[in-house]
Ligand binder design. Structure first.
Ligand SMILES: Nc1ncnc2c1ncn2[C@@H]1O[C@H](COP(=O)(O)OP(=O)(O)O)[C@@H](O)[C@H]1O
Ligand SMILES: [Mg+2]
Length: 294
């Protein structure tokens, strides 16, 4: 797979600040991958997102060193506003993005702006409405629906425009647990159906981890850890040291690894953990049987 996003020795310092928000970042993100980005507040996660979709250096002033390439071109080489078509963004507060009087218009608006044909718009509208479960809300004003529904509208509106990359910056930080689950359900479906590259910045690891192919830990403007998801959590001591709380099942299996009762890979979900435990018990029982027969 070619690298869709590539940062080389990238440093960004906002104007009138003493410390760079991102320091000497080297990172590649492959096309079609689902990447989770974590790290404490102020780590530079949003700055990284803006650096990929061109808001930095386009809309912000500061000092840049190194390069950021998206789809083979440096971000500065894209005409003003055109990179945002390749890299769609969803924020914590979706309302800020809404402009239309109905959910349907909200979804159609961006597609019309891109000059898509009516047939294309219809087909695309049908697909995102289904994917995000918004059918019954199409006629409603976007400001009259719940927070979770708003977030799904924001997601659908961006998806409708078929960006190559979607970046979601803490998309569920303002949502209750059910709405959070629903947003991640949509992302799960998206992962199965589409080949989009998806980057999700999120504190809630229970939902993020099962979907992520790779994980990145940002800390004080630097990439402290970047790896395939299971390998990432093998660095448990580093993560705990930085107050990153892994999903309970992963932490539990990491402790099992330490005590030596378990030697396999870390499970990503509760279901996987249950299977692994059942297998472990089976093997133990078989070993005991054998001992008895000796
Ligand atoms: N517009 C801005 N001007 C000056 N400093 C900023 C601006 N935005 C963010 N920063 C600083 O950059 C650092 C990284 O911030 P940010 O990327 O928002 O982190 P995160 O998203 O991980 O919480 C922080 O120290 C923050 O104060
Ligand atoms: Mg942020």
């Amino acid at each position: 797979m070619p690298s869709l996003i590539e940062l080389q020795n990238y440093t960004w310092r906002y104007l009138h600040t003493d410390e760079p928000a991102l320091k000497e970042v080297n990172l590649t993100i492959e096309e079609g991958s689902f990447v989770g980005i974590i790290g404490p507040n102020g780590a530079g996660k949003t700055t990284l997102a803006y650096s990929i979709n061109g808001l930095i250096p386009g809309q912000y002033r500061g000092i840049k060193k190194g390069t950021v390439h998206v789809a083979g071109r440096e971000v500065e080489a894209y005409a003003s506003g055109s990179l945002q078509r390749t890299v769609g963004m969803v924020f914590s507060d979706p309302e800020a993005q809404f402009t239309a009087m109905t959910v349907e218009d909200e979804l159609v608006f961006g597609m019309e702006n891109l000059g898509m044909t009516i047939a294309e718009i219809r087909e695309r509208l049908e697909w995102v409405t289904e994917l995000t479960g918004l059918r019954s809300l199409l006629e409603k004003p976007p400001y009259e629906i719940s927070g979770g529904q708003k977030q799904r509208v924001a997601l659908a509106a961006v998806l409708a425009m078929t960006p190559d990359v979607m970046i979601l910056d803490e998309p569920t930080s303002m949502l209750d647990p059910l709405s959070r689950q629903q947003v991640f359900d949509v992302l799960g479906r998206l992962k199965q159906e589409q080949e989009n590259t998806v980057i999700v910045i999120e504190h809630n690891l229970e939902h993020l981890v099962p979907l992520s192919d790779r994980m990145i830990l940002l800390y004080e403007g630097q990439v402290l850890l970047e790896a395939e998801t299971r390998a990432f959590f093998r660095e448990m001591d580093l993560l705990l040291d930085k107050y990153i709380l892994p999903p309970g099942v992963m932490h539990f299996f990491f402790e099992l690894l330490h005590t030596g009762v378990y030697a396999g890979t870390l499970p990503l979900t509760i279901e996987e953990a249950a299977e692994k435990l059942a297998q472990l018990f089976k093997e133990r029982a078989a070993a005991l049987q054998e001992q008895r027969h000796e």
